[in-house]
Design a protein around this ligand. Structure first.
Ligand code: SF4
Ligand code: ZN
Length: 580
């Protein structure tokens, strides 16, 4: 799982990308550096001329020389630039974090980089987007490919993303191909990945690149951040370092955990002080020669070794730099000696536990005391999670039988903004308060009759069960009904609704919640199905008294003017009451 770091709009400072050069220099150097590293790593000559590679190495050497002095002075440089008054104010209100939480020794940083990259080179997972980033010579395609992978990986497991990614890149191998697709096609391809707005933003971004940027993907972290919708500080850094070779750290959920444990940062990991400290650490540690690999190695370490609940410290390549691991070892040793009654005698021989020198004022130290049972999992601390909103929604599987053909299902399209924007679902009503089954049927019957322009018989609605589906912020329960309409019923199909066969429904842009509802419907149908004399399933007509469906102008007009499709059930009852 790779938790999403919320996008934010703060620009990454120039220091985050490069400590010494101007933006123009940075752009050309970064791209060249990236090419040189790729050529070296993959043992390939293509994609970079020998002259460019030599130039790149020279630039790298120059860069390293400058960075030697600059990379360890991030904090001091910033402090020097601040006014005396500002410094004074900070001293009294917001004490600077102790060096306990940073890397002071350059040799430590160099060692950590090499240990981590060695571990990564030996056992990294082969992933399709990594292959593209390593081998694709076209900068535009490479940047686009990494962008797609980063958006897909937000809050979705790597194993799930691989298949989606391969299909996506096969269908839309370039940003131009994606821009030419329809949102409907994008939603269809995205179905099952969750957070449909991410696919929508990718699509919008591709159209922007084609229409406003002459088809050229942005080439710097700053421009990625500024010009692509849905790209925040983390995503811009990831694309910039992996695809463009820009020297910038990244901070996602995995990196937060590794850094908090390594430097014993235990304050709320979402607080501004911790966030800035983590970005500072990431930018200090990132390897200037292999920024993309280094960032991926940090994330992979968090995903495979420094995991949330079962950290494998014994296999960790950067264990020697880890303050929380050291703290656990020293505490364990002291505890065992204490049990043996030998503490006094040997305590002087044990290494001191380094501790934060800021005392109780440190913005990075945990407010809670150390818990021996948690071990390294004392870090990081998360704020209490807001419980998800609880919602109940009435939904109805409306089926229409078709002569000599497959049954068809009625689907309506959600609004173009908000949750599951533009996705298709069964007709639904948000249930604001609990009502009797009769009232629920009445509400669904009225809504579907209005939608189709026919009076559907309320008694034909059947309750078939409930389906629970959780979104990140909503705990949704669908209260599911079913109604079957007579073959050939003269129904209308208003805008934003469609009848789909079962096979078309499987391919449509529908959410996982809809698929769960369909599964419930199938199992209810299997239980209830009773063959008639001719062996075929007998269907009820669905239209009241089997009379000719109501297709009056008034009914059609009312359906066409319905506007908001998803009504609140309580307002429906209110309306009925007022009208009666
Ligand atoms: Fe994480 Fe353990 Fe490695 Fe520290 S030693 S970084 S806690 S896996
Ligand atoms: Zn501290």
């Amino acid at each position: 799982m790779r938790p999403l770091v919320p996008n934010d709009d703060k620009p990454i400072g120039r220091r985050a990308i490069c400590c010494s050069c101007t933006r123009r220099e940075l752009t050309s150097r970064s791209v060249s550096c990236c090419g040189a590293n790729r050529t070296h790593r993959a043992g390939r000559a293509e994609g970079l001329s020998a002259a460019a590679a030599a130039m790149s190495r020279l630039r790298s050497a120059l860069y390293r020389g400058k960075k030697t002095t600059l990379e360890m002075t991030d904090t001091t440089t910033a402090v020097r630039k601040r006014s005396k008054a500002a410094v004074k104010e900070e001293e009294t209100t917001d004490p600077a974090p102790s060096t306990y939480h940073t890397f002071q020794d350059r040799a430590d940083v160099v060692l950590l980089r090499s240990q981590l990259l060695h571990w990564y080179d030996k056992g990294k997972r082969e992933l399709p987007w990594r292959t593209v980033a390593m081998t694709e010579p076209d900068l535009n395609i490479r940047t686009y490919a990494v962008w797609v992978s980063e958006i897909m990986l937000q809050q979705t497991q790597v194993a799930t993303v691989i298949d989606y990614y391969n299909k996506w890149m096969k269908r839309w191998p370039t940003v131009q191909d994606l821009a030419a697709a329809t949102l409907e096609e994008v939603n269809q391809m995205w179905a099952g990945l969750g957070y449909y707005s991410r696919g929508k933003r990718l699509h919008e971004g591709a159209q922007k690149v084609v229409s406003e940027l002459k088809g050229q993907m942005p080439r710097t972290v700053e421009s990625l951040l500024k010009q692509l919708p849905g790209v925040g500080r983390y995503t811009a850094g990831a694309i910039g370092s992996i695809a463009l070779g820009q020297v910038t750290g990244v901070v996602d959920g995995n990196v937060i955990r590794v850094l908090c444990r390594t430097r014993a940062i235990g304050a709320d990991s979402t607080s501004p002080a911790v966030t800035e400290a983590l970005w500072g650490l990431a930018n200090t540690l990132v390897d200037p020669e292999r920024p993309g690999d280094f960032n991926q190695a940090m994330m992979e370490l968090g995903a495979r070794v420094c995991t949330p609940k079962s950290p494998l410290c014994g296999q960790c390549p950067i264990q020697s730099h880890c303050r929380s691991y050291r703290k656990v070892c020293v505490k364990q040793e002291k505890n065992s000696k204490r049990l043996l009654g030998k503490l006094d005698r040997i305590s002087s021989a044990l290494p001191d536990i380094e501790d934060c020198t800021s005392g109780g004022k440190c913005p990075l130290c945990p407010a809670e005391p150390w818990d021996d049972e948690l071990g390294v999992q004392n870090f990081p601390r998360k704020p209490g999670k807001k419980p998800p909103r609880v919602e109940r929604t009435l939904t109805c599987v409306v089926v229409r039988s078709v002569e000599d053909g497959e049954d068809e299902y009625l689907l309506t399209q959600r609004p173009s903004k908000g949750l599951l924007a533009g996705m298709w679902e069964f007709p639904s009503l948000l249930l604001e308060e609990e009502n009797s089954e009769m009232k629920q049927k009445g509400a669904l019957c009225a809504e579907i009759s209005r939608m189709l322009g026919v009076q559907v018989n309320q008694s034909l609605f059947k309750y078939i069960g409930e389906v629970v589906h959780s979104f990140s912020h909503i705990h949704q329960t669908y209260v599911v009904y079913h109604v079957c309409l007579k073959e050939g019923a003269d129904t209308q199909t208003p805008e934003n609704t469609q009848w789909l066969t079962r096979s078309a429904l499987q391919e449509a842009a529908v959410s996982t919640g809809v698929k769960k509802i369909l599964k419930l419907y199938d199992s209810a149908e299997n239980q209830e199905e009773r063959p008639s004399k001719d062996g075929k399933r007998k269907k009820t007509t669905g239209v009241k008294d089997d009379k000719k469906p109501q297709t009056s102008k008034k009914a059609k007009l009312s359906a066409a003017n319905s506007g908001t499709r998803q009504l609140y059930l309580s307002s429906f009852f209110k309306t009925v009451k007022e009208e009666s």
